[in-house]
Structure formats: C-alpha cells, structure tokens
Design a protein around this ligand. Structure first.
Ligand SMILES: [Zn+2]
Length: 203
C-alpha cells in the first residue's frame, strides 16, 4: 500500500506579502493548505531558517544587490534580501495556518555558508537534511508537495524527492512563484523532466 504524505514548503511570513522576501500572493495558499491538510493522514512542513549574516543574503556581500547572483564554492547562488532569520517573526509560519497535526518540521538553511532550497539536499547538492532517510524509515512512498515558492524551494524539493525514489505530485494551485528572470518556466520544465506530476488541490 502506498503511504502518502503532504509536504508543505516554507509557508512563512517572510514569503508572504509584507514579508522580507514576499512571494506575490503567497498568502493565498494558506486557506487552501488548511483545507488540503484535512485530506491527508500525515503532514510535514519545511521552515527556511537562516542565521543572521547568512551567505545567501546580499547584505552579507558588500556591493551586492538582492536578486543578483554570485559565484560561491558550490556554484551560482541567487542573493536574497535578509529573510527567515532564526527566531524572528518573519521566520514564523503564517498565522492563518492551522496545521497542529504536522508530524515533522524540517528546518533548512541553517549552515551559514550554504543555502538550502530543497527539503532534501542543501544547495551544494551534497549535504543532506535527513528527510529522505526519515521518509523511508517511516515507509512513505508518495509525496504531495505545496507551498512557497514554486520556482525555488518547491521546485528543488520536488526534483530531489524524485531522485530519492519517491512518487511526487505538486499541487500547483497551492503554490505561488517568485518568477525571477524566467525561473518559473525553467522550474516547471525541470519538474516535468524529473517525472513530477501536477494536480489541483481539488474542491
Ligand atoms: Zn532562504
């Protein structure tokens, strides 16, 4: 029997309108996610969780601007406004979320020198978060993914989940994108290529 799970990616204040790295209409997913979660026996979440002065912040690199890129030890990194700093209101989950049943919260991006879009591997593509092992040990085989943002953390989480051997469905209407220089189209292509399927969150 396939064991299913809902993975809610980064539904945090800083990724919603008014936040430090607002995803357009990011807050629109909150009611959908609450409703969706009721259909799943198991829910887990990720939480972007950076130390102050994180290497993905433009402010950590004199002369660099947010949304520009920079070459770092593991490749090209987008530089972001300071966001989801550990312990801040911006890093908290959106107050409208009602997911007390969530069984696990995976915090990511806590290594100061490595960003982590994916719930499974940090941006060096080598450092695991441990989520793959957790899901396998618990016998999950199929992941339904929603959250913020479609073209970054949802995208990388979904592709990595397929690489980890899980069946992956992205609930497209329960995601919102940043869409930086064509990043949404590229993310959609990469997810299709990886074998991710797409569904609506339903009525
Ligand atoms: Zn981040």
């Amino acid at each position: 029997m396939s064991e299913e799970l809902l993975l809610v990616v980064d539904p945090q204040n800083d990724f919603c309108p008014g936040g430090a790295l607002a995803v357009p209409s990011g807050d629109e997913i909150v009611a959908l996610v609450n409703r969706l979660a009721g259909r799943f026996a198991h829910v887990i979440m990720t939480q972007d969780w950076h130390p102050a002065g994180h290497s993905s912040f433009a402010s950590s690199h004199p002369g660099k601007e947010p949304f520009h890129t920079m070459e770092v030890s593991y490749g090209t990194q987008v530089l972001w406004p300071d966001h989801c700093v550990q312990g801040t209101v911006g890093a908290q989950f959106h107050a409208g979320l009602e997911l007390p049943q969530a069984e696990l919260i995976v915090r990511k991006g806590f290594h100061k020198e490595i960003d982590s879009y994916s719930a499974f591997y940090e941006n060096d593509r080598r450092t695991p978060t441990g989520l793959g092992g957790y899901l396998r040990e618990r016998g999950f085989t199929r992941l339904y993914i929603c959250g913020l943002a479609t073209d970054f953390c949802v995208h990388y989480s979904a592709v990595d989940a397929t690489l980890e051997g899980f069946d992956v469905v992205v609930l497209e209407d329960a995601c919102r994108a940043i869409d930086l220089d064509g990043s949404l189209a590229a993310a959609m292509a990469a997810m299709h290529e990886a074998g991710v399927t797409f569904e609506s969150s339903g009525p």
